[in-house]
Design a binder for this molecule. Structure first.
Ligand code: NDP
Length: 234
């Protein structure tokens, strides 16, 4: 059955791969784009998840086009790395606002219609760094760890309405986001990765697709790793 799927930050990287995966399944896919161009062949709405009006407008536009959102993939995220003693408040807050508050905002906006429909799927894009911690990423790791509490609390709140809430925790995935990771750090992370390689956006997309599928009907409140074994057991 074709569902209405909304993916934030779906114009590139992992979000775009997720969008293409749902699209290939025949779902009605909407992506948000912020600064970049909308991706070819997908319905796109402009949205900055840190801006409440922009987020509300985006969800309304998607609903007008395809009907209520049945699957949300809250994927939009940023990094603003720097060692904590020198980190500016803005850099800490911007990351929290985007990765954590933005994800909450989008989930809240779509939850109302999911509750009425008594069905729905929410998937948050966390990171192994939320479990491992990461030097220079206090802001990022805090935001991604915060998604765990958000996931589990929402899973409790929405479970009785037939809505599942999960998150995936990718490891090192080849996108623009890791372009500036130094070779030294990359080697260090890969040495702790049993599969000894970076992942692809498509490999993350497959897991998101599963979490949103009928096959995952009894999975909620889970943090599902897609990291080649990096941080396993955390
Ligand atoms: P990219 O930098 O390639 O893409 C990030 C996306 O998020 C872009 O579409 C970007 O839009 C969007 N975005 C950023 N800020 C906002 C905002 N305020 N409002 C709306 N959209 C926004 O990164 P990835 O594809 O790698 O990352 C996707 C998600 O996966 C992120 O949450 C990231 O933290 C997470 N992740 C990535 C890993 C990796 O190794 N790549 C590992 C673990 C987690 P724009 O084009 O306008 O910048």
């Amino acid at each position: 059955m074709s569902r209405t799927v909304l993916i934030t930050g779906g114009n590139r990287g992992i979000g775009l791969a997720v969008a293409r995966a749902f699209s290939a399944d025949g779902d009605k896919v909407a992506v948000t784009h912020r600064t970049g161009e909308p991706p070819e062949g997908l319905f796109a709405v402009r949205c900055d998840v840190t801006d409440r009006d922009s987020a509300e407008r985006a969800v309304s536009e998607v609903e007008a086009q395809y009907g209520p959102v049945e699957v949300l993939v809250a994927n939009a995220g940023i990094t603003r790395d720097g060692l904590a003693p020198a980190m500016r408040d803005d850099d800490f807050e911007d990351v929290l606002q985007t990765n954590l508050v933005g994800a909450f905002r989008m989930a809240r906006l779509v939850a109302r219609s999911m509750i009425s429909a008594r069905r729905g799927r929410i998937v948050f894009m966390s990171s192994v760094m939320g479990f491992l911690g990461s030097p220079g990423q206090t802001n990022y790791a805090a935001s991604k760890a915060g998604l765990l509490g958000l996931t589990r609390s929402l899973a409790w709140e929405l479970g009785s309405r037939g809505i599942t809430v999960n998150m995936v925790t990718p490891g090192l995935i080849e996108t623009d986001m890791i372009r500036d990771v130094t070779d030294k750090r990359r080697d260090q992370l890969l040495s702790q990765t049993p599969l000894r390689r970076t992942g692809t956006p498509e490999e993350v997309a497959e897991v998101v697709r599963f979490l949103a599928s009928d096959g995952a009907s009894y999975v909620t409140g889970a943090a599902v790793p897609v990291g080649g074994g990096l941080a396993m057991g955390q």
